[in-house]
Design a protein around this ligand. Structure first.
Ligand code: GDP
Ligand code: IMO
Ligand code: MG
Length: 433
């Protein structure tokens, strides 16, 4: 059985977790492949709201295995806290939330460096989530990082921690003129965490391989979104990992031939949190309405999200770099009250028209979106459960999105709850091969 990949097709917060939770019913294993606790993944089931940061969004089904892949950067303390919170809400996690032995650790020094680097950038700061993501991936790329497997030997771990913390502290103090982190306290807390996480550390690449060979269905969960990808996003205003579909293989240790369908999640409009280009951003009253109706505040940091119209140019690009087979369109209900809805079909830069993203990163700043206007449906969709029940104009909007992006819409979400989901595709998500 081939794995299916779910990725964010915009700037993150597309409603990935909601869709993953919904699709998990048909899966056996859900594996996160990149990012860290910068992610805020919201799932609502019968009015109960959960926000996950590191734990895969399939965890609410008691019989499913949740894997945190090698591509994820993990603060062991944050992971233990999150698992504890989930347990306290009556969800058993024992033996089914597993951590790759190759996942790299985030330490307090990485968080401190994240803040220090942001402050030093001043006006050109990225607006990171402050979770230490950039410095932890830098540490990994520099070949100084600590992998989860090293938690299994506490004696050696302490030496490794001291080396990484001392180096980080030197950077903090000498380059950024800031205070270093307290080393002894970190050693105590991380040695303790090591003992508590030890039983969940596995060779998860092997586990996934064996599961797929046995016919089990694996769902690979992306965090962030395509336009935040370090290679394919709006660099340098990006995160430090690959949220695009290729990252799913690298971040879990399975080969590309083992992946089948790729599903892209997109809101019926667009949002971005943090700094950087956002061509369809609405700064006036309409932007505020979308924020208000969509509850657009960050699930991790609580920051207000910037809101704008659906950007079909960025989506077409996402379709290409991810190889999307199918789109899931979320938050359609947020547009229920809008009279006329705009969709960006092209970019104008210095009088030139583009049907693709610009080549140079500085060109993003001067983009004027070219809009096509569609009539709103002006009726409530949140109670609807079948595609045929959607108002004609809502269906026309979805069809237009499908046509402009070249990707069929296979799922529509009309509210945060698991039940408020319309699966419109008649094919299977998991294919054999
Ligand atoms: P993720 O990071 O992609 O998983 O998305 P977030 O959880 O950060 O943000 C999505 C927000 O929209 C959450 O508050 C969800 O509960 C909510 N949401 C998801 N789908 C829908 C939908 O179809 N309609 C509405 N109104 N809210 C939704
Ligand atoms: P989910 O998985 C939206 C943004 C930050 C910042 C940039 C870099 O919930 O969709 P980082 O802390 O990663 O170094 O920040 O990326 N960002 C997200 N935006 N959703 C997310 O995750 C994000 N994770 C990071 O706001 O602009
Ligand atoms: Mg989110």
């Amino acid at each position: 059985m081939k794995a299916a990949v779910v990725v964010g097709a915009q700037w993150g917060d597309e409603g990935k977790a909601k869709v993953i939770d919904y699709l998990t019913e048909r899966a056996d294993i859900i594996a996160r492949f990149q990012g860290g606790a910068n992610a805020g993944h919201t799932v609502v089931v019968e009015g109960r709201k959960f926000v996950f940061h590191l734990v895969p969004s399939g965890v609410l089904y008691p019989d499913k295995i949740c894997v945190i892949g090698n591509g994820v950067v993990v603060d062991p303390l944050a992971l233990l806290d999150e698992i504890e919170q989930i347990r306290q809400r009556g969800i058993e996690t024992e033996g089914r939330v597993l951590l790759s032995s190759k996942a790299h650790l985030i330490l307090p020094v990485h968080k401190a460096l994240d803040g220090a680097m942001e402050r030093s950038k001043g006006e050109r700061s990225i607006g990171t989530t402050g979770r230490g993501i950039g410095p932890a991936y830098s540490e990994k790329a520099q070949r100084g990082g600590i992998q989860a497997a090293e938690l299994l030997d506490v004696g050696r771990l302490r030496e490794r921690l001291v080396a990484v913390l001392e180096r980080g502290n030197r950077l903090l103090e000498r380059v950024f003129g800031e205070e270093g982190v307290e080393i002894d306290e970190v050693l105590e807390r991380y040695s303790d965490a090591a003992g508590r996480l030890a039983s969940s550390i596995r060779d998860t690449s092997r586990l996934l391989d064996e599961a797929m060979r046995a016919g089990h269905r694996v769902l690979l969960e992306g965090a962030q979104g395509t336009m935040l990808d370090i290679d394919h996003g709006t660099y340098p205003f990006v995160t430090s990992s690959n949220p695009t579909a290729g990252g799913a293989c690298l971040g879990t240790g399975i080969g590309p031939s083992r992946v089948g369908r790729v599903v892209g999640i997109a809101k019926a409009y667009a949002t971005r949190v943090g700094h950087g280009p956002f061509p369809t951003e609405l700064e006036g009253e309409m932007g505020e309405r979308l924020r208000d109706w969509g509850g657009e505040y960050g699930a991790t940091t609580g920051r207000p999200r910037r809101c704008g119209w659906f950007d079909a140019v960025a989506l077409r690009y996402a379709a290409r770099v991810n190889g999307l087979d199918e789109l899931a369109v979320t938050k359609l209900d947020v547009l229920d009250r809008v009279d006329e809805i705009a969709v960006c079909t092209g970019y104008r830069i210095d009088g030139r028209e583009l049907d693709d993203v610009p080549l140079r990163s500085d060109e993003w700043e001067g983009i004027e979106p070219i809009y096509e206007w569609l009539p709103g449906w002006k009726s409530e969709t949140s109670g609807l459960r079948k595609l045929e029940e959607l108002p004609g104009r809502a269906r026309a909007y979805l069809e237009r999105i499908g046509a402009l992006t070249g990707v069929p819409v296979g799922l529509v979400s009309v509210g945060p709850d698991r039940a408020q989901t319309l699966r419109t595709a008649d094919h299977e998500l998991f294919i054999t091969g």
